[in-house]
Design a binder for this molecule. Structure first.
Ligand code: SF4
Length: 375
């Protein structure tokens, strides 16, 4: 029986007929039932569903943050030293209170175990890349959140472990399932792919967004630095694709429907938090917004999310103070940047932005960073 988390319903139906002799319409009905209720009578279908291995919760102003772990079977493409070993992935459900006071949940998905990008401020980046997730393992996180933890998931962000554009084929295949009207039926504009700026991946993503059914996919860029010197220090991806190349790729992302392009900026004391840094950020964003406004729009293309740094384990940097974060936000706004502050959630259980990672694996630093080799 095909894996119902790996393919959209129509494909599942035709494969179930070809592989198991199942009538297509019955297979499609079973697919719909599984995604809508979480139930299936078919043991071959249930065999594809992974259980949750651990759940941790923490309260915040908006409700309860839930971090959950899922165990993955060993796969042949794991990093040397971990071949044959079971792995865990982490996902986080984050409560948000909307404008009308209604609580919704954003699901932060992982796209890889570990990450090759080695961002200096990030817990996952200290692990190296162990392996990329399959479409089924990505959709499995949604399935677990929706049907095992029984949360309504209104938004999905690819901001967990891994760089989604470094696993783009599988991430796109997973989104194909997540947005399938026979399956999870998550509205595409509620799904955001967040990247550190792999320019080749952004170019492919932009081309995908020109295809029918893909126009309104959300994109977020982790900028985190005001200039190439600082970005080179904390984000090795910048060695290969400096800010000018990143900005050109961002301008080329199609803007259907007027959704904002999120620019993530983790504020790290002593690294990227000076007054002149705010001015450099404004200089970086201006051409992106000018290109957008030249097309007849009346509000800026970008929304800058200012994120107070969550210290990773053994971090050389502290978290910024509230006052300093608020002051930097005011500076950005005074410079005409549309900016918001993201509240820190989940810091104590290592479930906040840049903090997902496994300490045991991390100690082993297994993977050569292909980007650093290209410097
Ligand atoms: S911030 Fe994202 S891209 Fe950078 S190391 Fe962490 S998980 Fe990877």
């Amino acid at each position: 029986m095909p894996d119902p988390l790996a393919v959209p319903g129509e494909v599942f139906g035709s494969r179930a007929k070809a592989e198991a002799g199942f009538p297509t319409s019955r297979a499609l009905e079973a697919y719909r039932r599984l995604h809508r209720t979480g139930e299936s009578n078919d043991t071959a279908v249930r065999a594809h569903l992974a259980p949750i291995s651990d759940v941790r919760t923490e309260t915040c102003d908006e409700g309860t943050i839930t971090k959950f772990l899922m165990r993955l079977p060993a796969a042949p493409n794991q990093a040397p030293g971990l071949a044959g070993q079971e792995l865990e992935i982490e996902s986080v459900l984050i409560p948000m209170i909307g404008r009308k006071g209604v609580r919704t949940y954003t699901l932060c998905l992982s796209s890889q175990v570990g990450c090759a990008m080695a961002c200096g401020f990030c817990e996952t980046g200290q692990m190296g890349l162990i392996r990329s997730l399959t479409p089924s393992e990505i959709v499995g996180q949604w399935f677990a959140a929706r049907h095992l933890l029984k949360h309504d998931v209104s938004n999905i962000v690819f901001m967990g472990m891994g760089e989604p554009l470094n696993n783009l084929d599988n991430v796109l295949a997973a989104i194909e399932v997540l947005k399938d009207h026979n399956g999870p039926a998550v509205t595409l504009s509620k799904i955001t792919v967040s990247t550190v700026g792999l320019v080749d991946g952004l170019t492919r993503l932009a081309a995908k967004m020109h295809e029918p059914g893909w126009h309104r996919l959300g994109v977020a860029i982790s900028l985190n630095a005001p200039n190439d010197r600082v970005r080179d220090e904390i984000m090795p991806v910048n060695w290969r694709w400096p800010l000018a190349a990143l900005r050109d790729a961002v301008i080329a992302i199609p803007a259907y429907g007027g959704g904002k392009l999120c620019i993530e900026y983790v504020l790290i004391p002593g690294v990227n938090d000076r007054d002149e840094h705010a001015r450099e950020i404004a200089d970086f964003l201006r051409p992106i917004n000018d290109a957008y406004l030249a097309g007849g729009r009346t509000s800026p293309r970008t929304l800058l999310n200012l994120i107070p740094y969550n210290p990773r384990r053994n971090s050389p940097w502290p978290a910024p103070t509230e006052e300093h974060t608020d002051r930097f936000l005011s500076l950005l706004r005074d410079l005409g940047i549309y900016a918001k502050r993201r509240r820190t959630k989940g810091r104590t259980m290592m479930g906040a932005c840049g903090q997902l990672g496994n300490e045991q694996i991390r100690r082993r630093r297994l993977v050569d960073l292909s980007i650093s080799a290209e410097r």
